[in-house]
Write a protein that binds this ligand. Structure first.
Ligand SMILES: Nc1ncnc2c1ncn2[C@@H]1O[C@H](COP(=O)(O)OP(=O)(O)OP(=O)(O)O)[C@@H](O)[C@H]1O
Ligand SMILES: [Mg+2]
Length: 426
Protein backbone atom coordinates (compact mmCIF):
# COMPACT_ATOMS: atom_id res chain seq x y z
CA UNK A 1 0.00 0.00 0.00
CA UNK A 2 2.70 2.45 1.09
CA UNK A 3 4.88 1.50 -1.90
CA UNK A 4 2.01 2.24 -4.25
CA UNK A 5 1.57 5.63 -2.63
CA UNK A 6 5.24 6.55 -3.18
CA UNK A 7 4.99 5.70 -6.89
CA UNK A 8 1.86 7.76 -7.20
CA UNK A 9 3.46 10.78 -5.55
CA UNK A 10 6.57 10.64 -7.73
CA UNK A 11 4.38 10.61 -10.81
CA UNK A 12 2.31 13.56 -9.77
CA UNK A 13 5.50 15.41 -8.91
CA UNK A 14 7.01 14.64 -12.27
CA UNK A 15 4.16 16.23 -14.24
CA UNK A 16 5.09 19.83 -13.48
CA UNK A 17 8.62 19.15 -14.76
CA UNK A 18 7.27 18.23 -18.20
CA UNK A 19 4.80 21.11 -18.57
CA UNK A 20 5.19 24.42 -16.92
CA UNK A 21 2.29 26.54 -15.63
CA UNK A 22 3.64 29.43 -17.71
CA UNK A 23 3.95 27.45 -20.95
CA UNK A 24 0.62 28.47 -22.35
CA UNK A 25 1.35 32.13 -21.63
CA UNK A 26 4.85 31.96 -23.08
CA UNK A 27 3.45 30.43 -26.27
CA UNK A 28 1.67 33.71 -26.94
CA UNK A 29 3.13 34.00 -30.42
CA UNK A 30 0.38 31.58 -31.48
CA UNK A 31 -1.92 34.60 -31.75
CA UNK A 32 0.11 37.81 -31.59
CA UNK A 33 2.97 38.12 -34.04
CA UNK A 34 4.00 41.61 -32.93
CA UNK A 35 3.54 44.16 -30.22
CA UNK A 36 -0.10 44.19 -29.06
CA UNK A 37 0.41 47.82 -28.02
CA UNK A 38 -0.40 48.55 -31.65
CA UNK A 39 -4.03 47.90 -30.74
CA UNK A 40 -4.00 50.54 -28.03
CA UNK A 41 -5.16 54.15 -28.53
CA UNK A 42 -1.66 55.56 -28.02
CA UNK A 43 -0.42 53.94 -31.26
CA UNK A 44 -0.66 56.28 -34.25
CA UNK A 45 -1.25 54.19 -37.38
CA UNK A 46 0.61 55.04 -40.59
CA UNK A 47 -2.60 54.82 -42.62
CA UNK A 48 -6.04 56.03 -41.52
CA UNK A 49 -8.68 54.47 -43.75
CA UNK A 50 -11.91 56.46 -44.21
CA UNK A 51 -10.37 59.67 -42.98
CA UNK A 52 -8.91 60.69 -46.34
CA UNK A 53 -11.32 63.62 -46.69
CA UNK A 54 -10.64 65.00 -43.20
CA UNK A 55 -6.87 64.51 -43.62
CA UNK A 56 -7.05 66.39 -46.88
CA UNK A 57 -9.05 69.24 -45.37
CA UNK A 58 -6.61 69.62 -42.51
CA UNK A 59 -3.56 69.26 -44.76
CA UNK A 60 -4.90 72.03 -47.01
CA UNK A 61 -5.21 74.35 -44.02
CA UNK A 62 -1.83 73.45 -42.51
CA UNK A 63 -0.06 73.71 -45.87
CA UNK A 64 -0.55 77.49 -45.75
CA UNK A 65 2.10 77.35 -43.04
CA UNK A 66 4.57 75.62 -45.31
CA UNK A 67 4.26 78.63 -47.61
CA UNK A 68 5.08 80.93 -44.70
CA UNK A 69 1.57 82.23 -43.94
CA UNK A 70 -0.42 81.67 -40.77
CA UNK A 71 -2.84 78.78 -41.21
CA UNK A 72 -6.43 79.44 -40.14
CA UNK A 73 -7.47 78.33 -36.69
CA UNK A 74 -9.48 75.13 -36.82
CA UNK A 75 -12.12 73.55 -34.62
CA UNK A 76 -12.50 69.80 -34.98
CA UNK A 77 -15.63 68.09 -33.69
CA UNK A 78 -16.66 64.47 -33.52
CA UNK A 79 -17.88 61.76 -31.18
CA UNK A 80 -15.43 59.70 -29.19
CA UNK A 81 -13.26 57.27 -31.19
CA UNK A 82 -13.83 58.92 -34.56
CA UNK A 83 -10.11 59.43 -35.17
CA UNK A 84 -9.75 63.13 -34.32
CA UNK A 85 -6.60 62.82 -32.22
CA UNK A 86 -5.08 60.21 -34.53
CA UNK A 87 -5.69 62.42 -37.59
CA UNK A 88 -4.17 65.55 -36.05
CA UNK A 89 -1.12 63.64 -34.83
CA UNK A 90 -0.78 62.02 -38.23
CA UNK A 91 -0.81 65.47 -39.89
CA UNK A 92 1.79 66.74 -37.40
CA UNK A 93 4.08 63.80 -38.30
CA UNK A 94 3.57 64.37 -42.01
CA UNK A 95 4.25 68.10 -41.67
CA UNK A 96 7.50 67.42 -39.83
CA UNK A 97 8.59 65.13 -42.68
CA UNK A 98 8.25 67.85 -45.31
CA UNK A 99 9.57 70.69 -43.14
CA UNK A 100 12.85 72.28 -44.16
CA UNK A 101 14.98 74.78 -42.25
CA UNK A 102 13.28 77.70 -43.97
CA UNK A 103 9.73 76.35 -43.95
CA UNK A 104 9.10 74.43 -40.80
CA UNK A 105 5.99 74.08 -38.68
CA UNK A 106 6.23 73.32 -34.99
CA UNK A 107 3.35 71.55 -33.29
CA UNK A 108 2.63 71.63 -29.58
CA UNK A 109 0.10 69.03 -28.49
CA UNK A 110 -1.76 69.58 -25.21
CA UNK A 111 -4.32 67.15 -23.84
CA UNK A 112 -6.55 69.45 -21.81
CA UNK A 113 -7.85 66.52 -19.77
CA UNK A 114 -4.37 65.93 -18.39
CA UNK A 115 -3.11 69.51 -18.46
CA UNK A 116 -6.30 71.06 -17.20
CA UNK A 117 -5.80 74.62 -15.96
CA UNK A 118 -5.07 77.78 -17.92
CA UNK A 119 -1.79 78.18 -16.04
CA UNK A 120 -0.63 74.62 -16.66
CA UNK A 121 -1.45 74.77 -20.37
CA UNK A 122 0.62 77.95 -20.78
CA UNK A 123 3.41 76.62 -18.57
CA UNK A 124 3.52 73.40 -20.60
CA UNK A 125 3.68 75.35 -23.88
CA UNK A 126 6.30 77.86 -22.74
CA UNK A 127 8.56 75.13 -21.36
CA UNK A 128 8.52 73.25 -24.67
CA UNK A 129 11.03 75.78 -25.98
CA UNK A 130 13.28 75.88 -22.91
CA UNK A 131 16.03 73.33 -22.39
CA UNK A 132 17.66 74.82 -19.30
CA UNK A 133 15.58 73.60 -16.31
CA UNK A 134 16.41 76.77 -14.37
CA UNK A 135 14.77 78.99 -16.94
CA UNK A 136 11.55 77.03 -17.04
CA UNK A 137 8.25 78.26 -15.66
CA UNK A 138 7.47 76.52 -12.35
CA UNK A 139 4.40 74.31 -11.84
CA UNK A 140 2.78 77.11 -9.89
CA UNK A 141 3.57 80.40 -8.23
CA UNK A 142 3.77 82.72 -11.22
CA UNK A 143 0.95 84.92 -12.43
CA UNK A 144 -0.84 83.86 -15.63
CA UNK A 145 0.45 87.06 -17.29
CA UNK A 146 4.03 86.11 -16.51
CA UNK A 147 3.75 82.63 -18.02
CA UNK A 148 1.92 84.03 -21.04
CA UNK A 149 4.65 86.57 -21.56
CA UNK A 150 7.34 83.86 -21.27
CA UNK A 151 5.45 81.80 -23.85
CA UNK A 152 5.32 84.76 -26.26
CA UNK A 153 9.05 85.54 -25.75
CA UNK A 154 9.98 81.94 -26.40
CA UNK A 155 7.83 81.63 -29.51
CA UNK A 156 9.12 84.91 -30.91
CA UNK A 157 12.78 84.24 -30.12
CA UNK A 158 13.23 82.92 -33.61
CA UNK A 159 10.99 83.07 -36.63
CA UNK A 160 8.64 80.12 -36.49
CA UNK A 161 5.19 78.94 -37.33
CA UNK A 162 3.58 77.24 -34.39
CA UNK A 163 0.39 75.19 -34.34
CA UNK A 164 -0.99 74.67 -30.86
CA UNK A 165 -3.24 71.61 -30.69
CA UNK A 166 -5.65 71.78 -27.76
CA UNK A 167 -7.19 68.31 -27.52
CA UNK A 168 -10.30 67.77 -25.34
CA UNK A 169 -10.71 71.54 -25.42
CA UNK A 170 -14.37 71.35 -24.34
CA UNK A 171 -13.25 70.02 -20.93
CA UNK A 172 -10.96 73.00 -20.39
CA UNK A 173 -13.65 75.50 -21.38
CA UNK A 174 -16.25 73.88 -19.12
CA UNK A 175 -13.75 73.91 -16.29
CA UNK A 176 -12.09 77.29 -16.64
CA UNK A 177 -14.04 79.38 -19.16
CA UNK A 178 -12.54 81.03 -22.23
CA UNK A 179 -9.79 83.26 -20.78
CA UNK A 180 -6.98 81.14 -22.18
CA UNK A 181 -8.55 80.99 -25.63
CA UNK A 182 -9.05 84.73 -25.54
CA UNK A 183 -5.35 85.30 -24.82
CA UNK A 184 -4.16 82.70 -27.32
CA UNK A 185 -6.38 83.91 -30.11
CA UNK A 186 -4.83 87.39 -29.73
CA UNK A 187 -1.25 86.24 -29.27
CA UNK A 188 -0.30 87.08 -32.86
CA UNK A 189 -0.89 90.80 -32.17
CA UNK A 190 2.15 90.75 -29.85
CA UNK A 191 4.50 88.67 -32.01
CA UNK A 192 6.84 90.22 -34.53
CA UNK A 193 8.72 87.19 -35.90
CA UNK A 194 6.42 84.23 -35.43
CA UNK A 195 2.85 83.20 -36.02
CA UNK A 196 0.63 80.95 -33.94
CA UNK A 197 -2.44 78.99 -35.04
CA UNK A 198 -4.80 76.98 -32.88
CA UNK A 199 -6.35 73.60 -33.60
CA UNK A 200 -9.05 72.84 -31.04
CA UNK A 201 -10.51 69.33 -30.73
CA UNK A 202 -13.79 68.65 -28.95
CA UNK A 203 -16.61 66.12 -28.78
CA UNK A 204 -19.42 68.49 -29.64
CA UNK A 205 -20.24 72.01 -30.66
CA UNK A 206 -22.03 72.91 -27.46
CA UNK A 207 -18.95 74.20 -25.70
CA UNK A 208 -18.67 77.08 -28.18
CA UNK A 209 -21.81 78.55 -26.56
CA UNK A 210 -19.61 79.27 -23.57
CA UNK A 211 -17.17 81.32 -25.64
CA UNK A 212 -17.14 85.06 -26.04
CA UNK A 213 -18.45 85.89 -29.55
CA UNK A 214 -15.05 87.21 -30.71
CA UNK A 215 -13.19 84.18 -29.42
CA UNK A 216 -15.75 81.92 -31.06
CA UNK A 217 -15.36 83.52 -34.46
CA UNK A 218 -11.54 83.69 -34.30
CA UNK A 219 -11.22 80.11 -33.16
CA UNK A 220 -13.72 78.70 -35.62
CA UNK A 221 -12.17 80.15 -38.78
CA UNK A 222 -12.40 76.61 -40.14
CA UNK A 223 -14.44 73.69 -38.85
CA UNK A 224 -14.09 70.01 -39.57
CA UNK A 225 -16.62 67.46 -38.41
CA UNK A 226 -15.68 63.80 -37.96
CA UNK A 227 -18.71 61.56 -38.34
CA UNK A 228 -19.00 58.17 -36.59
CA UNK A 229 -17.73 55.14 -38.51
CA UNK A 230 -20.19 52.57 -39.82
CA UNK A 231 -19.65 48.82 -39.48
CA UNK A 232 -17.99 48.48 -42.92
CA UNK A 233 -15.54 51.29 -42.17
CA UNK A 234 -14.70 49.82 -38.79
CA UNK A 235 -14.14 46.44 -40.47
CA UNK A 236 -11.54 48.03 -42.78
CA UNK A 237 -9.84 49.79 -39.86
CA UNK A 238 -9.69 46.57 -37.85
CA UNK A 239 -8.47 44.44 -40.80
CA UNK A 240 -5.56 46.77 -41.44
CA UNK A 241 -4.54 46.77 -37.79
CA UNK A 242 -5.07 43.01 -37.43
CA UNK A 243 -2.65 42.34 -40.32
CA UNK A 244 0.07 44.09 -38.35
CA UNK A 245 -0.57 42.38 -35.04
CA UNK A 246 -1.94 38.85 -35.49
CA UNK A 247 -0.47 35.64 -36.83
CA UNK A 248 -2.24 34.85 -40.14
CA UNK A 249 -5.29 32.68 -39.46
CA UNK A 250 -5.40 33.48 -35.75
CA UNK A 251 -8.75 35.24 -36.06
CA UNK A 252 -11.89 33.32 -36.97
CA UNK A 253 -13.42 35.02 -40.07
CA UNK A 254 -16.39 36.33 -38.09
CA UNK A 255 -14.34 37.99 -35.35
CA UNK A 256 -13.56 41.31 -37.05
CA UNK A 257 -17.08 41.83 -38.49
CA UNK A 258 -18.53 41.12 -35.04
CA UNK A 259 -16.23 43.62 -33.28
CA UNK A 260 -17.09 46.18 -35.97
CA UNK A 261 -20.83 45.54 -35.69
CA UNK A 262 -20.85 45.90 -31.90
CA UNK A 263 -18.82 49.14 -32.01
CA UNK A 264 -20.94 50.55 -34.85
CA UNK A 265 -24.10 49.85 -32.85
CA UNK A 266 -22.73 51.77 -29.90
CA UNK A 267 -21.62 54.95 -31.64
CA UNK A 268 -19.17 54.11 -34.40
CA UNK A 269 -16.20 54.25 -32.05
CA UNK A 270 -12.94 52.82 -33.47
CA UNK A 271 -11.35 52.82 -30.01
CA UNK A 272 -14.07 50.51 -28.74
CA UNK A 273 -13.74 48.24 -31.80
CA UNK A 274 -9.96 47.91 -31.30
CA UNK A 275 -10.40 47.31 -27.58
CA UNK A 276 -12.90 44.52 -28.23
CA UNK A 277 -10.47 42.87 -30.60
CA UNK A 278 -7.54 43.16 -28.19
CA UNK A 279 -9.45 41.92 -25.13
CA UNK A 280 -10.96 39.02 -27.15
CA UNK A 281 -7.52 37.99 -28.42
CA UNK A 282 -6.02 38.20 -24.95
CA UNK A 283 -8.79 36.01 -23.60
CA UNK A 284 -8.06 33.32 -26.24
CA UNK A 285 -4.35 33.63 -25.48
CA UNK A 286 -4.92 33.22 -21.75
CA UNK A 287 -6.83 30.02 -22.43
CA UNK A 288 -3.85 28.77 -24.45
CA UNK A 289 -5.88 28.58 -27.69
CA UNK A 290 -4.42 29.25 -31.13
CA UNK A 291 -7.40 31.13 -32.52
CA UNK A 292 -9.80 33.85 -31.47
CA UNK A 293 -13.50 32.98 -31.75
CA UNK A 294 -16.71 35.01 -31.69
CA UNK A 295 -17.36 33.77 -28.13
CA UNK A 296 -14.18 35.61 -27.08
CA UNK A 297 -15.60 38.81 -28.55
CA UNK A 298 -18.85 38.45 -26.62
CA UNK A 299 -16.91 37.76 -23.43
CA UNK A 300 -14.74 40.79 -24.17
CA UNK A 301 -17.86 42.92 -24.65
CA UNK A 302 -19.21 41.89 -21.24
CA UNK A 303 -15.85 42.41 -19.56
CA UNK A 304 -15.38 45.89 -21.03
CA UNK A 305 -18.93 46.90 -20.11
CA UNK A 306 -18.48 45.69 -16.59
CA UNK A 307 -15.10 47.44 -16.27
CA UNK A 308 -16.68 50.68 -17.43
CA UNK A 309 -19.59 50.35 -15.01
CA UNK A 310 -17.18 49.48 -12.18
CA UNK A 311 -15.09 52.55 -12.83
CA UNK A 312 -18.13 54.84 -13.00
CA UNK A 313 -19.90 53.39 -9.98
CA UNK A 314 -16.79 53.41 -7.80
CA UNK A 315 -16.24 57.11 -8.40
CA UNK A 316 -19.84 58.22 -7.73
CA UNK A 317 -20.40 60.59 -4.78
CA UNK A 318 -21.94 58.97 -1.67
CA UNK A 319 -25.46 60.31 -2.23
CA UNK A 320 -25.53 58.92 -5.77
CA UNK A 321 -24.32 55.56 -4.45
CA UNK A 322 -27.12 55.57 -1.88
CA UNK A 323 -29.60 56.47 -4.59
CA UNK A 324 -28.34 53.75 -6.90
CA UNK A 325 -28.52 51.11 -4.18
CA UNK A 326 -32.09 52.22 -3.44
CA UNK A 327 -32.94 51.77 -7.12
CA UNK A 328 -31.45 48.29 -7.16
CA UNK A 329 -33.47 47.40 -4.08
CA UNK A 330 -36.66 48.82 -5.57
CA UNK A 331 -36.07 47.09 -8.91
CA UNK A 332 -36.61 43.75 -7.20
CA UNK A 333 -40.24 44.83 -6.88
CA UNK A 334 -40.66 46.55 -10.25
CA UNK A 335 -38.23 47.03 -13.13
CA UNK A 336 -39.60 50.39 -14.25
CA UNK A 337 -39.89 53.01 -11.53
CA UNK A 338 -40.72 56.66 -10.96
CA UNK A 339 -38.81 59.23 -8.93
CA UNK A 340 -41.52 58.96 -6.24
CA UNK A 341 -41.08 55.16 -5.97
CA UNK A 342 -37.34 55.50 -5.66
CA UNK A 343 -37.54 58.36 -3.20
CA UNK A 344 -39.43 56.34 -0.58
CA UNK A 345 -36.85 53.55 -0.72
CA UNK A 346 -33.98 56.03 -0.70
CA UNK A 347 -35.46 57.82 2.32
CA UNK A 348 -35.69 54.54 4.24
CA UNK A 349 -32.15 53.64 3.30
CA UNK A 350 -30.85 57.00 4.56
CA UNK A 351 -32.69 56.54 7.84
CA UNK A 352 -31.33 53.06 8.30
CA UNK A 353 -27.72 54.19 7.98
CA UNK A 354 -28.17 57.52 9.77
CA UNK A 355 -27.54 59.67 6.68
CA UNK A 356 -29.33 62.94 5.92
CA UNK A 357 -31.65 62.43 2.91
CA UNK A 358 -31.67 64.97 0.07
CA UNK A 359 -34.92 66.48 -1.15
CA UNK A 360 -36.93 64.69 -3.84
CA UNK A 361 -36.12 67.50 -6.27
CA UNK A 362 -32.37 67.02 -5.73
CA UNK A 363 -32.80 63.27 -6.15
CA UNK A 364 -34.48 64.04 -9.50
CA UNK A 365 -31.29 65.91 -10.51
CA UNK A 366 -29.08 63.02 -9.40
CA UNK A 367 -31.21 60.62 -11.46
CA UNK A 368 -30.62 62.83 -14.51
CA UNK A 369 -26.88 62.68 -13.82
CA UNK A 370 -27.00 58.87 -13.60
CA UNK A 371 -28.88 58.94 -16.91
CA UNK A 372 -26.10 60.96 -18.52
CA UNK A 373 -23.52 58.52 -17.19
CA UNK A 374 -25.50 55.65 -18.77
CA UNK A 375 -26.20 54.01 -15.41
CA UNK A 376 -29.96 54.43 -15.74
CA UNK A 377 -32.27 55.05 -18.68
CA UNK A 378 -34.94 57.67 -18.08
CA UNK A 379 -37.73 58.73 -20.40
CA UNK A 380 -40.65 61.05 -19.91
CA UNK A 381 -44.12 59.64 -20.69
CA UNK A 382 -47.12 61.85 -21.27
CA UNK A 383 -50.60 60.84 -20.26
CA UNK A 384 -52.51 63.49 -22.17
CA UNK A 385 -54.22 65.73 -19.66
CA UNK A 386 -53.13 63.40 -16.88
CA UNK A 387 -49.68 65.00 -16.97
CA UNK A 388 -46.24 63.56 -17.47
CA UNK A 389 -44.14 61.16 -15.54
CA UNK A 390 -40.51 60.12 -15.73
CA UNK A 391 -39.98 56.39 -16.09
CA UNK A 392 -36.62 55.13 -14.92
CA UNK A 393 -34.91 51.82 -15.53
CA UNK A 394 -31.51 50.56 -14.44
CA UNK A 395 -29.02 50.05 -17.28
CA UNK A 396 -26.33 48.19 -15.31
CA UNK A 397 -26.02 44.55 -14.20
CA UNK A 398 -27.81 44.50 -10.84
CA UNK A 399 -25.86 41.92 -8.85
CA UNK A 400 -22.41 43.16 -9.86
CA UNK A 401 -23.37 46.79 -9.20
CA UNK A 402 -24.85 45.89 -5.83
CA UNK A 403 -21.58 44.16 -4.90
CA UNK A 404 -19.63 47.26 -5.84
CA UNK A 405 -21.89 49.55 -3.84
CA UNK A 406 -21.84 47.52 -0.65
CA UNK A 407 -18.05 47.57 -0.82
CA UNK A 408 -18.33 51.23 0.14
CA UNK A 409 -17.96 51.56 3.89
CA UNK A 410 -21.06 53.71 4.11
CA UNK A 411 -23.24 50.98 2.63
CA UNK A 412 -21.40 47.97 4.01
CA UNK A 413 -24.29 47.19 6.40
CA UNK A 414 -26.18 46.08 3.28
CA UNK A 415 -23.65 43.42 2.41
CA UNK A 416 -25.68 40.41 3.41
CA UNK A 417 -28.98 42.11 3.91
CA UNK A 418 -30.95 41.07 0.88
CA UNK A 419 -33.89 39.83 2.95
CA UNK A 420 -33.81 42.88 5.18
CA UNK A 421 -34.06 45.26 2.22
CA UNK A 422 -37.27 43.67 1.20
CA UNK A 423 -38.95 43.66 4.57
CA UNK A 424 -37.82 47.00 5.85
CA UNK A 425 -37.17 49.18 2.87
CA UNK A 426 -39.82 48.61 0.30
N1 LIG B 1 -9.43 55.82 -39.61
C1 LIG B 1 -8.74 55.15 -38.71
N2 LIG B 1 -7.85 54.23 -39.08
C2 LIG B 1 -7.14 53.53 -38.16
N3 LIG B 1 -7.27 53.69 -36.86
C3 LIG B 1 -8.16 54.59 -36.40
C4 LIG B 1 -8.92 55.37 -37.30
N4 LIG B 1 -9.72 56.19 -36.59
C5 LIG B 1 -9.47 55.93 -35.30
N5 LIG B 1 -8.53 54.98 -35.18
C6 LIG B 1 -8.01 54.42 -33.96
O1 LIG B 1 -9.06 54.43 -33.01
C7 LIG B 1 -8.61 54.86 -31.73
C8 LIG B 1 -9.35 56.10 -31.31
O2 LIG B 1 -9.02 57.17 -32.20
P1 LIG B 1 -8.78 58.65 -31.65
O3 LIG B 1 -8.07 58.60 -30.35
O4 LIG B 1 -8.16 59.45 -32.72
O5 LIG B 1 -10.29 59.10 -31.41
P2 LIG B 1 -10.83 60.52 -30.98
O6 LIG B 1 -11.79 60.96 -32.04
O7 LIG B 1 -9.71 61.43 -30.66
O8 LIG B 1 -11.68 60.15 -29.68
P3 LIG B 1 -11.91 61.01 -28.33
O9 LIG B 1 -12.92 62.07 -28.67
O10 LIG B 1 -12.46 60.01 -27.37
O11 LIG B 1 -10.59 61.56 -27.92
C9 LIG B 1 -7.11 55.06 -31.88
O12 LIG B 1 -6.49 53.87 -31.48
C10 LIG B 1 -6.91 55.27 -33.36
O13 LIG B 1 -5.65 54.82 -33.75
MG1 LIG C 1 -9.03 62.22 -28.88
Amino acid sequence: MSEQKVVHETETLRIPLQTNVFDKYIASDAIFKSDREMLRPSYIPKVLPHREKEIDQLAAIVSTGLRGDRPSNVLIFGKTGTGKTATVKFIANEASRVSTASTSIDFIYVNCCEVDTNYSVLQHMANKFITNPEERAPYNGWSIERVLSLFKDMVDKQKRLLIVVLDELDRLVYKTGDDLLYSLSRVNDDLSNSKVSIVGIANDLKFTDFLDARVKSRLGEERIVFSPYDAMELTDILRLRADLVFVPGALNDDVIPLCAAIAAQEHGDARRALELLRVAAESAERDGRRSVETGDVMRAKNKIELDTVTETVKTLPSQSKMLLLSMIIYSEKRRIMTTGDIYATYHNLCNSIGAQPLTQRRIGDLISELDMLGIVRARVRSFGRGGRTKEIELAVPLNETRELLVDDELLSSYKNARARFQTTLI
